[in-house]
Design a protein around this ligand. Structure first.
Ligand code: ARG
Length: 268
């Protein structure tokens, strides 16, 4: 069953691919600015139509990746753990988001000491926090998240540079009876065993699903927002009783982003 969510998003007003910090980013390839604004607006409108609440933070000039709000905080039960970016180019985003939380009634935002790219590498299943490392988030941030958020953390190792954030290789389908979809090849051998043990009934994505950013999906427990090209994954989801909803993310993908990257969930 779907549950109503509260999301924080940031319009891609200053979006561009000005630098390259993941294998998808090629600054020589043009980005269509009007198109990225429309794609983002459609994503936002889709959430609103589904009954979710969407908050917005003002985009800042000079921070082209600020649209990827998922990277800037992890919020569980009203506790907010901020971010600390690996790339210098994104560092200033963390403080803009910290300020947004302060101004919106969250006065105890904890800023991490370890590199922590928030929901880029953290996925809340309702029982534990799955935490990625290997490219961005420091393993020390996993222990920090456990302490600050008071939730059990399960560390997972990412091994394929194309899937540099956990949310490019895995997403949570449902929190009541926690289940996930993931692309096993993006993980180390040990992490694959951990995932098989925790989620024997998981949806297993193909290379095509992963390449089309199908794992960068957002589920409310029933509706799953995912990229238009991820048709195989969508068919598997339909078989399981989920409702796939396609969105076009062609421009966001030029920066290595998709629906989930643009969507931070505020839990409580
Ligand atoms: N260009 C951004 C970066 O490399 C994309 C971030 C995508 N966000 C995400 N949650 N995976 O940092």
């Amino acid at each position: 069953m779907p549950t109503t969510r509260r999301y924080l998003m940031c319009a891609p007003r200053y979006f561009e691919v000005a630098y390259s910090i993941n294998p998808w980013m090629d600054p020589s390839k043009p980005v269509n600015h009007d198109l990225v604004m429309r794609q983002w607006q459609t994503l936002r409108d889709t959430y609103v139509e589904l009954g979710h609440k969407v908050e917005q933070i003002d985009p800042q000039p000079g921070l082209p990746d600020m649209v990827f709000s998922a990277n800037s905080a992890t919020v569980i039960d009203g506790r907010v753990l901020g971010a600390r970016f690996r790339a210098e180019q994104r560092a200033a985003e963390a403080d803009h988001y910290r300020r947004w939380f302060n101004e919106n009634g969250y006065h105890n935002v904890v800023m991490p000491t370890c590199i922590n790219e928030a929901e880029g590498d953290f996925a809340w299943t309702g029982r534990y926090l799955l935490a990625g490392t290997g490219f961005r988030t420091d393993p020390g941030a996993h222990a920090e998240a456990q302490e600050v958020l008071g939730v059990p953390v399960v560390s997972l190792h990412l091994t394929d540079p194309r899937y540099y954030h956990l949310d490019t290789a895995l997403f949570v389908l449902n929190e009541d009876e926690p289940n996930i979809a993931y692309y096993p090849e993006a993980f180390s051998e040990g992490s694959r065993r951990v995932l098989r043990r925790l989620f024997p009934d998981a949806v297993i994505a193909t290379a095509h699903d992963a390449e089309t950013f199908g794992l960068n999906a957002v589920s409310d427990g029933r509706n799953v927002i995912l990229p238009t090209e991820s048709t195989g994954l969508a068919a598997q989801l339909t078989d399981r009783g989920y409702e796939p909803i396609f969105v076009d993310i062609s421009e966001l993908k030029k920066s290595g982003g998709g629906p989930k990257c643009c969507t931070m969930e505020i839990r409580g």
